[in-house]
Design a protein around this ligand. Structure first.
Ligand code: 3PG
Length: 306
């Protein structure tokens, strides 16, 4: 059995070593395709793979079609919008993610970005503090929960909107529940985005919500760029000279944003939310373990194309 790790943005070395141990202890062979830039290399490498581990790497229908004996693909991470699920299902390929494994790294980055924006991107001048400000967690999943916990340490008042999490759960964790996104955005000086990118959420964050934010409002996006309506983001930043936007996933129109709103927008040079050795180890090893379990016992926990 050949387990392929195909990563345009590779795992930390220590994580690859851990993956190798798990794979080889199970009697399988590990193949690595790291830093790939040509998708044809991916097609070639996946051709005889039985299992595949990726990060944000796109597992398209072409990739699935190139695979002759693939049984499972694991997205080492939370968001699986990079996997063509119908294509996997059509070929009886189990698709999984590793929920929660890299959440802390993303949550810490989101918190860091709030401080960074509050302090004028660490440039001279008077900034502001997080203490006493309202933070809105848009989707109270694994990452959102951790951001809430960190924010409480800053002395922020934490609000959340998530139709998939019960009011009781959120309240038990000291979070004030908002019934609508409108309520969340109108109450919160900071909003941290943790929604997945899917047909319901794409371009869902735009003028209507952002224009409701209180004075000095800051949107922090460590989720996906696709959930932002980028044209409307430009419009609202033009109208409201007090609003700020920080993202870990550069917008399609990031150059325009940087040019027009230099001091009020920030994008990391390359997506780095899950770029810690801890997150790489957690998600990488979980992926390898999930593959071994599926191949050896048929365990389909974490399957996302059931
Ligand atoms: C995730 O969905 O888990 C994060 O976006 C991490 O993505 P990455 O593995 O490409 O860093």
């Amino acid at each position: 059995m050949k387990i392929l790790v195909a990563t345009e943005k590779p795992f930390a070395k220590v994580a690859v070593e851990g993956i190798r141990k798990i794979v080889e202890n199970a009697g399988y062979e590990l193949a690595l395709l790291e830093n790939f830039t040509d998708v044809n290399d991916f097609y070639k490498a996946v051709a005889d793979a039985d299992a595949l581990i990726v990060r944000s790497d796109k597992v398209t229908k072409e990739v699935v079609d190139a695979a002759q004996q693939l049984k499972i693909v694991v997205r080492a991470g939370a968001g699986y919008d990079n996997l063509d699920l119908p294509a996997c299902t059509a070929k009886n390929i189990v698709a999984m993610n590793t929920p929660g494994q890299n959440s802390n790294a993303v949550a810490e980055l989101a918190a860091g970005m709030m401080v960074y924006m509050a302090r004028n991107q660490f440039t001279p001048g008077t900034g502001s503090e997080l203490l006493g400000k309202n933070l809105g967690i848009h989707a109270y999943g694994n990452v959102g929960k951790l951001v809430a916990k960190i924010a409480k340490g800053f002395g922020m008042n934490v609000f959340a909107f998530d139709p998939f999490v019960s009011k009781e759960t959120m309240e038990a964790e000291g979070v004030t529940v908002c019934a609508t996104t409108e309520e969340l955005y109108s109450k919160c000086h900071y909003v941290s985005l943790h929604i997945p990118a899917n047909e319901q959420t794409k371009k869902s964050i735009g003028y209507d919500l952002l224009s409701k934010m209180p004075k000095g409002g800051t949107l922090v996006n460590t989720a996906r760029k696709e959930v932002i309506n980028e044209e409307e983001l430009v419009k609202v930043l033009e109208e409201r000279a007090d609003l700020k936007y920080a993202t870990d996933i550069a917008a399609g129109n990031q150059e325009i944003l940087n040019e027009k709103f230099a001091k009020r927008v920030f994008a990391t040079p390359k997506k780095m939310g899950a770029e810690t050795s801890e997150a790489n180890i957690n998600a990488g090893l979980a992926s390898a373990n999930q593959i071994v379990k599926l191949l050896q016992t048929g365990d389909t926990t974490f399957q996302v194309n059931k």
